[in-house]
Design a protein around this ligand. Sequence first.
Ligand SMILES: Cc1cc2nc3c(=O)[nH]c(=O)nc-3n(C[C@H](O)[C@H](O)[C@H](O)COP(=O)(O)O)c2cc1C
Length: 253
Amino acid sequence: MLHKISLYYFSPTGGTKKAGETFCQEMAGKVEVIDLGVPKQTVREPEREVVVFAAPVFGGRIPKLVTDKIRKLHGNGKRAVTLAVYGTRAYEDALLELNRAVEGQGFQVAASAALIARHSIVPEVGAGRPDEKDQEEIRDFAKSVLEKLRTSFQGTVKVPGNDPYKEAMNMPATPISLPVCNQCKRCVSICPAEAISISDGMVTTDTEACILCMACTVACPQGARILPPPLQEQMNEKLGALKTVRRENEFYL
Ligand SMILES: Cc1cc2nc3c(=O)[nH]c(=O)nc-3n(C[C@H](O)[C@H](O)[C@H](O)COP(=O)(O)O)c2cc1C
């Protein structure tokens, strides 16, 4: 086990965080945790020699917010592990994009994984994941990574994905607020894209800025933030067939 490890993560609805923490707790006694979803932050450089990057998959890619923040870091040859967390459909070019972003900053990627969590738009897909079995697999992966870090490996790990990447998702929609909203401003403060504002008793969501990450829908204490019902219906239909599918985690060492 390492003494301490750094974990950079973005996890609007908690699945990526859970997977990332499970991995890091098996790797090290202490974890330095940096939440890339905190608005208006200056992303600090990693304290430790081994750095874990965990990001959710949006439309087969990594959210731009994550790659933009990674581009502010300096790897200086530090070793990295990347985790792309997705909702059973597919991770497509996301892991390759994450690895390229991390390598581009001078980190050496020792290992990667594509892990399953609950789908944040249709939560019945991958419900309950990462579950006990997933966590066991993630812990076994961490043990193998520790073993690899003991050797002086060269080069970086190979992961699937296409170049050029799939075009970035473009859904011109945002969650909406129901009348039960009591304007507590929780959504305003947690929105990683700073897309939500309240004035004159009205909650406004900036369509250009919103990345549809669903953080506000999970954080709202009143359950007042939801996707517009026609869009939710459309997503339920598109992903409905995946409700009975158990996709497996994939590990690259
Ligand atoms: C806007 C958006 C796009 C998504 N695109 C995909 C996708 O392309 N493939 C997939 O399997 N899951 C997709 N998901 C599901 C997330 O990758 C999955 O729920 C992930 O665990 C979310 O991370 P979090 O729980 O840390 O927020 C998408 C979710 C959102 C909100």
